[in-house]
Design a protein around this ligand. Structure first.
Ligand SMILES: Cc1ncc(COP(=O)(O)O)c(C=O)c1O
Length: 459
């Protein structure tokens, strides 16, 4: 198809995800045709720095022939076989490798095709586990305000974003929300007298989980779902001690700690798993995206030996599965992707360069619109404010004008693909491929500086 017919066909037939399609009634739909390293190219040949790794996915960068070759080789050897009562070597090898890399006794890998399915599986495992160990009333889940955990009905019920839930109510009952760890907007008195005591704030935020469990009744709560760094809202890292306190609470009430690492695993935070970075032990990790660097879809729920045990005896089973979970081609690509991680020490590269990335982004603090720069690893959010001194945020109309009317397009036109998001307070989100270095950070800073300076005049 040529350029024009591609656009017409997209307009007529393609249902884009989370997209106001009317925005493209007259304007052309951005059409990305090729990727190489940290860059992608559109149908006109224009180059963009991929500041979001596609969608927090392309860890090893674009255009890796090695991953394409692994897919082709596996497809010609064994294109498909299910994991329903049968196994195939690539899924076994990958499960073995993930069990090795995952912290502690997280040794049992249940493959899915997406993050939502991994989250859905974890909630189902929590319910079904407690039924098997004689606590059948434990079924509720706790998650945090504005956190995104996926779109299938269960995962959407765990998600804490009212704006993407309203259309689908009523959802699965028994999802409970607690505060997130947005230190920049910590409620008065929760972060010490000067509002900057991260440890005190972390303790306060974690204790809200205990409070919610008490309120709901400990016998009814099955799990708490937390991202190591919460993405939605613009990168909220955990305050020191937060996860350690959450772990204590979960142990006290026999509630499972699910670390939703759909974004944070596979090097995003300089470790294979975010839990390792922050030194806590989850009962379950959910992951997807970066496991294959996005060359094919694959997700997983990695559960502890304790959770798997009841399903390994007698006639018990986990009555759950998906046709493409652990697809041979996806598993082969994930193994090749992990080979790249090991050979090029991508985790070490992130740890070595993350401070430089942070310092380039922090230079933007001199702009009046930049309120906060936060994150860890190669995962940052920049919160935009109307008034730096008071932290006053933008109202709905201003967000509409600023983010949708100007920022997203201006950044893209400026050669940077990233995300301007207002599902919480308005933020620009950045998560470049893990191969990026100082030259890429400088380019990101320079494009952001020019666009954010101009944005101020659109407020
Ligand atoms: C933390 C988290 N959980 C779950 C999901 C859902 O993953 P998917 O879009 O692959 O279904 C996402 C997607 O971005 C996510 O960020």
């Amino acid at each position: 198809m040529n350029k024009k017919s591609l656009n017409t066909a997209a307009r007529d037939h393609l249902w884009m995800h989370f997209t106001r399609m009317s925005a493209y009634a007259k304007a052309p739909i951005p059409m990305i045709v090729r990727g190489e390293g940290a860059y992608v190219f559109d149908v006109n040949g224009k180059r963009y720095l991929d500041g979001l790794s596609g969608l927090f996915v392309v860890q090893a960068g674009h255009g890796r022939h090695e991953l394409a070759d692994a897919a082709a080789k596996q497809a010609s050897e064994l294109a498909y076989f299910p994991l329903w009562s049968y196994a195939h070597p690539k899924a076994v090898e990958l499960a073995d490798r993930l069990a090795d890399l995952a912290p502690g006794d997280l040794n049992r890998v249940f493959f899915t095709t997406s993050g939502s399915e991994a989250v859905e599986s974890a909630w189902k495992l929590a319910r079904s586990y407690f039924k098997r160990v004689g606590k059948p009333a434990k079924h509720k889940v706790i998650s945090r305000h504005i956190a995104y955990h996926g779109t299938s009905m269960g995962a959407l019920s765990i998600t804490g974003l009212p704006s993407i839930k309203e259309d689908f109510e009523p959802l699965v009952p028994s999802g409970i929300r607690v505060p997130n760890t947005n230190l920049y907007r910590a409620p008065n008195g929760t972060a010490g007298p000067d509002g900057r005591d991260a440890e005190a704030f972390g303790r306060w935020a974690a204790d809200r989980i205990a409070e919610a469990i008490e309120f709901e009744g400990p016998d009814t709560v099955a799990a708490v779902f937390l991202e190591p760094v919460q993405n939605s809202g613009g990168c909220f890292p955990p305050p020191p001690g937060y996860f350690q306190r959450v772990r204590e609470i979960c142990d006290e009430y026999d509630v499972l700690l699910v670390s939703d690492e759909v974004i944070c695993a596979f090097g995003r935070l300089g470790e294979y798993f975010g839990a390792t970075r922050y030194g806590y032990q989850p009962d379950v990790i959910t992951c997807a995206k970066g496991m294959t660097s996005g060359y094919v879809p694959l997700g997983a729920m990695i559960a502890s030996d304790r959770l798997a045990a009841p399903f390994l005896k007698d006639s018990n089973w986990f009555a759950h599965g998906v046709t493409f979970g652990g697809h041979p081609v996806a598993s082969a690509v994930a193994l090749a992707n992990l080979d790249i991680f090991a050979r090029e020490d991508l985790n070490g590269h992130v740890r070595k360069n993350e401070a430089t990335f942070q310092s380039y982004l922090e230079r933007l603090h001199d702009l009046p619109i930049v309120g906060d720069v936060r994150g860890d690893g190669y995962f940052y959010g920049i919160e935009l404010v109307k008034d730096k001194a008071t932290k006053e945020t933008f109202d709905d109309d201003e967000c509409e004008r600023l983010l949708r009317g100007f920022l997203s397009k201006a950044l893209f036109d400026g050669g940077l693909y990233c995300r301007a998001d207002d599902r919480g307070d308005p933020v620009v989100q950045l998560a470049p491929p893990l191969i990026c270095d100082e030259t890429h950070f400088a380019e990101i800073e320079q494009i952001l500086r020019s666009v954010l300076s101009e944005a101020w005049s659109h407020v």
